[in-house]
Design a protein around this ligand. Sequence first.
Ligand code: GSH
Length: 235
Amino acid sequence: MEYNLNLEENSLREENNNETSYKNPIWVFGYGSLCWNPGFEYQQSVTGYVKGFSRRFWQGNTTHRGTDAKPGRVATLIEDKEGITWGKAFLIAAEDKAALPYLSTRECQLGGYRTYSINFHPRTLPSTSNNTGKNALLYVAIPENRHWLGAAPLPDIARQILECHGPSGSNAEYLLRLADFMREEVPEALDEHLFSLERLVRIFAADMKICLKTLIGEKPKDESRDAKPESSRIS
Ligand SMILES: N[C@@H](CCC(=O)N[C@@H](CS)C(=O)NCC(=O)O)C(=O)O
């Protein structure tokens, strides 16, 4: 699958993976672990969405939620003309010199993602008048990368997620915290792929008498400068 990298409103515009500083504050849009575990300092965050893409657990991962022997599955975006993907955008201060190098290592070097820019639509901040949203960096794994796994039957993906674990924790934590983020932040949004996987993981865990609470552990602390304690409901 080739991404149409031309400069249409909803397309991805590739950026230099190694760009580490910008003259102005810059938005980074997260739609996977960045939603609940950004791991970098930011000035503010806002829930929002991107158009023209859907989220899929089609990216393999051996450095955070899996191993070389048993790769896990993490989120990426695929082109979908009718798609809307909700996530969270983080504003990084222009003088911040740590966040982008951190993200480049975490996402690109370790995860096989590439850096793009896209228009995102904040839910609460006033979008620009012509409703094109705000420009943001985001990290997307495309099929040509070395970790790509691609589509598979949902039960197979769910079993893989339930079985895998890596240096950052269980693959199940990754899935369930993202589902939790969506329920808490965007209860009205439907993400059939995400919630079907969550349902299957919960069913398989019950069948195998796996305690998900133990598998998931404590939620990472928020790095925002005005961190508010967040409820982390995992049952
Ligand atoms: N780029 C997506 C996905 C990012 C993602 O999930 N990356 C993984 C694999 S490189 C990661 O950083 N995981 C950290 C973790 O699982 O705690 C996002 O915006 O959230």
